[in-house]
Design a protein around this ligand. Sequence first.
Ligand code: ADP
Ligand code: MG
Length: 279
Amino acid sequence: MEPIIRIEHLIFEYTAAEDEIPVRAIDDISLQIEQGSFTAIIGRNGSGKSTLAKNLNGLLLPSGGRIFVKAWDTADEAHVWDVRQTAGMVFQNPDNQLVSSIVEDDVAFGPENLGVAPAEICQRVSDALHAVNMEKYRKKSPHMLSGGQKQRIAIAGAIAMKPACIIFDEPTAMLDPKGRAEIMTIIKQLHDEGITVVLITHFMDEAVEADRVVIMDQGHILLSGTPAEVFAQEEILREASLDLPLAVELSQKLRKRGIKVPKEIITVEGLVEFVCQYK
Ligand code: ADP
Ligand code: MG
């Protein structure tokens, strides 16, 4: 499988003023994101996750190393729009992402910038609103919507660009449990439809849904592997101040009581299945 994003020895430094010491937010990260994959990125606050995300679609450009989105170097000015169109972004706060006073205009904003023909834009808006189950709100003002609904509009805006990949930076952090679950359902659906997903999250129960988990710490990659491999490393997770997924925590407690739960079980559904068959 071809990687859709190739990160090669990425370094990123924030420099506020000429005479200040730069803050090195990313310190030599190499990573490949396979086409069609679902990668979860976790790590404590300040570990560099958002900085990495913004480098993936050229919102920030590397201080060192290189990033390729498909064949395009993100630092190549001639392909800024190719990169942005291929790798869409959804941020944490939906209020900062909505620009128009009517939902459909908001969703149309991206394709308009890409120069898509009006009839095609109209179709894309319909399809995108359908994908996030928000068709009913097409003519409404985003300001009247709940946080979860606004986030679904922001996702529709990303979908309308027809990206091959969407990077979600803590998209559920500001939502209630119901809103969170709805966003996760949409993300999983997009992945099932073939979109490459990169999900930055601090909810471990979202991370277990991915096919690969990357743990970041102080600007570098601490651990990377399947969710089962990563969440078996309890010590490392603890050191990185990360929680365990609910099923992993419950499994530990069950093991202490003599029930031999296999280490591969990391989802609540998997644990329920195991317990129900346990004799
Ligand atoms: P995360 O998303 O994992 O919380 P960030 O990528 O936001 O981490 O931040 C990584 C590091 O970069 C932190 O030390 C943070 O303080 C610093 N940082 C983030 N944004 C800026 C900025 N605009 N200017 C200077 N430093 C920043
Ligand atoms: Mg962040």
